[in-house]
Design a protein around this ligand. Structure first.
Ligand code: NAD
Length: 488
C-alpha cells in the first residue's frame, strides 16, 4: 500500500511521524472527503505501541529542547512560520479536501493564522515571558517559567491545523516537546505540518504525530504516564473520557469544548450589522465551536431582523468548498449529517417552525444540509440547549435586558456571546452579565493571540493565549532568596 497520497495536487505522507522519521502501521483507516464522500487516503492507524514510541521520543528529546534558549527555539519556530506561509496554498487545498471547509477562508484567514501561532508565541516566549518578581521581609522572590515536559495534543476535525498549532506553538516555544493525535476525520494537514517543522529545523522527537482513532490512539495517549500536560479540543463526552484516563497520572488538562452561544440584538442595534453577524454563523456549515446558535432579538425589531436574515440565508450559495463563490459546504460525515437532521426533525416535531431550510439539500445530495432557521421554540427545548454543530440557528425574542441575559445564560455552556447594540452603557452592562469566556460587542471572531481564550461551565477548563498559554505549558517556579546566609 502507498505510504503517500496525492490529494488535490498535494503530496502527503500517510504514516506517523515519530522521533524524526516516518513510521508505518499494519492497519490503516479510511479518510473520506465530505465534499463527495470519496475516500481520499488510507492513513496509518496507530495504537498503544505507536503512542509509547512517540512519548518515549518526546521524553528523550525534552532535555536538549528545554536547554535551548528561547531565542534558539524562537528562530526555529519563526522559520517554521515562514515555511507555513510559503505553503498556504497547499495547506488550504489539503484541509479543504479533507474536512470540507471553505478554501477561501483557509487562504485568507485560517492558514496565515496557523503561521502566526508559531511566530507570535515564539516572540512572546523570547521577549515578554517572565514576572518582575516580588520581595517579602527582605527576601527576593524570583518567578520563572520552566518547561513542563511532554505535551499531548488531541484535536477535532472542524479546524484541525489551526486548533493543533494554537496548542503546539506555545508548547514548543515554552520548551516542551509534543505528541499530536489529529482527528481521524481530517488527519492530513498534521502530516504536512510534521514535514514543515522538520524542514525548519525542529529536532527529532520534539514534535511527533500519531495518527489513529480516538479509541485506539487517543485513549492510550490520554492515559499515558509519560505525558506532563494534555491539551484537548473537542466534544464534552470525549473530554470526560480523557479526564478519567488522565486522572491517575495527575496530568494538568486544558479543555476547549463545545458551546451554545447566543447573539443578542437590542432594539437600538444597527440592524444591517446584526444581520451580517447572524449570517456569519453559517460559516463552515455551522461547524464552529464559537458559533452563535441562538439569536435573541428584542421583540420590537424581531420581525424585520427575521425577514432580513431569512432573505440573506436563502441567498447563500451552497456547494463545493473549493469554489470561491460557495458560502456553505458539506457536513463532515454521514453520522454527523444524520445527527443534525435528527435535531431538526425532533425540533419540528416538538412544534418549532423552519423559516428556511429544515432538511438536507436534495439538489446537492451527499452531505449538504440546508442552512436552517428555526423559530417557535420553547424554553428548555433540546434545540435550545444541546450543541448541534451544524448550519442550524434558532430565533427567540426578549422584552427587556434581564430577560435577554437570563435567556442568553440559560445553558450549561459558556464559550462565547455576541451582542449588537448602539448604546455603550448597555454594552458594558450586558457584557459583564453574560456567562462566557469571550464576549463580542458589535463584532464576531476577532481576537489577538495574546488575549485569553476558553470557556466556562461545560465549554472547557482553563484559558490559553499569551501569558495564559505559558501558565499552562510551564511549571511556574518561585525561588525565594534570603538576605542572609551568604559568604562575605
Ligand atoms: P470529538 O470529541 O469527537 O473528537 C476530538 C478528538 O478526540 C479527535 O481527535 C478524536 O479522535 C479524539 N478522541 C475521541 N475519543 C477519544 C478518547 N476516548 N480518548 C482520547 N481521544 C479521543 O470532537 P469532534 O467531533 O472532532 O469535534 C467537535 C467538537 O469540538 C464540538 O463539540 C466543538 O464544539 C468542539 N470544538 C471546540 C473548540 C473550542 O475551541 N472550544 C474548537 C473546535 C471544536
Amino acid at each position: 500500500m502507498d505510504d503517500s497520497a496525492l490529494v488535490d495536487g498535494v503530496r502527503v505522507d500517510l504514516r506517523h511521524w515519530i522521533d524524526g522519521r516516518r513510521v508505518a502501521s499494519a492497519g490503516r483507516f479510511s479518510d473520506v472527503s465530505p465534499i463527495d464522500e470519496q475516500e481520499i487516503a488510507r492513513v496509518a492507524a496507530g495504537g498503544a505501541a505507536e503512542v509509547d514510541a512517540a512519548v518515549a521520543a518526546a521524553r528523550a528529546a525534552f532535555p536538549a529542547w528545554k536547554a535551548a534558549s528561547p531565542a534558539e527555539r524562537g528562530s526555529i519556530l519563526r522559520r517554521a512560520a515562514d515555511r507555513l506561509d510559503a505553503r498556504v496554498e497547499d495547506l488550504a487545498a489539503l484541509e479543504t479536501r479533507d474536512n470540507g471547509s471553505l478554501l477561501r477562508s483557509h487562504r485568507r484567514g485560517v492558514m496565515p493564522r496557523v503561521a502566526l501561532n508559531f511566530r507570535a508565541f515564539a516572540d512572546y516566549a523570547e521577549k515578554r515571558l517572565g514576572h518582575p518578581g516580588l520581595s517579602v521581609r527582605g527576601h527576593r522572590e524570583r518567578i520563572t517559567y520552566d518547561p513542563a515536559g511532554v505535551v499531548a495534543v488531541i484535536t477535532p476535525w472542524n479546524a484541525p491545523l489551526m486548533l493543533a498549532t494554537w496548542r503546539i506553538g506555545p508548547a514548543l516555544a515554552a520548551g516542551d516537546t509534543v505528541v499530536l493525535k489529529p482527528p481521524e476525520w481530517a488527519p492530513l494537514t498534521a502530516s504536512l505540518l510534521a514535514d514543515i517543522l522538520h524542514e525548519a529545523g525542529v529536532p527529532a522527537g520534539v514534535f511527533n504525530v500519531v495518527q489513529g482513532t480516538g479509541a485506539d490512539a487517543g485513549a492510550p495517549l490520554s492515559a499515558h504516564p509519560g505525558i506532563n500536560r494534555l491539551a484537548f479540543t473537542g466534544s464534552v463526552p470525549t473530554a470526560g473520557a480523557i479526564a478519567r484516563a488522565a486522572a491517575p497520572n495527575i496530568v494538568p488538562l486544558s479543555f476547549e469544548l463545545g458551546g451554545k452561544s447566543p447573539l443578542l440584538v437590542f432594539a437600538d442595534a444597527d440592524l444591517g450589522l446584526a444581520v451580517d453577524l447572524a449570517v456569519d454563523q453559517f460559516d463552515n456549515a455551522g461547524q464552529v465551536c464559537l458559533k452563535a446558535a441562538r439569536m435573541l432579538v428584542h421583540e420590537s425589531i424581531a420581525g424585520e431582523f427575521t425577514d432580513r436574515l431569512v432573505e440573506r440565508t436563502r441567498a447563500l450559495c451552497q456547494g463545493d468548498p473549493r469554489d470561491e463563490r460557495t458560502d456553505v459546504s458539506a457536513l463532515i460525515t454521514r453520522a454527523h449529517f444524520e445527527r443534525i437532521d435528527g435535531f431538526v426533525r425532533r425540533a419540528l416535531a416538538d412544534g418549532a417552525r423552519a423559516l428556511t431550510g429544515g432538511g438536507p439539500n436534495t439538489e446537492k445530495g451527499g452531505l449538504y444540509y440546508r442552512p436552517t432557521i428555526l423559530t417557535d421554540t420553547k424554553p428548555g427545548d433540546e434545540i435550545l440547549t444541546e450543541e448541534v454543530f451544524g448550519p442550524v440557528v434558532t430565533i427567540e425574542t426578549f422584552d427587556d435586558e434581564d430577560d435577554a441575559v437570563a435567556r442568553a445564560n440559560d445553558t450549561p455552556f459558556g464559550l462565547a456571546a455576541t451582542l449588537v447594540t448602539g448604546d455603550r452603557a448597555r454594552a458594558e452592562r450586558i457584557s459583564h452579565a453574560l456567562d462566557a469566556g469571550t464576549v463580542w460587542v458589535n463584532c464576531f471572531f476577532v481576537r489577538d493571540l495574546e488575549a485569553p481564550f476558553g470557556g466556562n461551565g461545560r465549554s472547557g477548563i482553563g484559558r490559553e493565549g499569551g501569558p495564559w498559554s505559558f501558565d499552562f505549558y510551564c511549571d511556574v517556579k518561585n525561588s525565594v532568596f534570603s538576605p542572609t546566609g551568604w559568604e562575605g
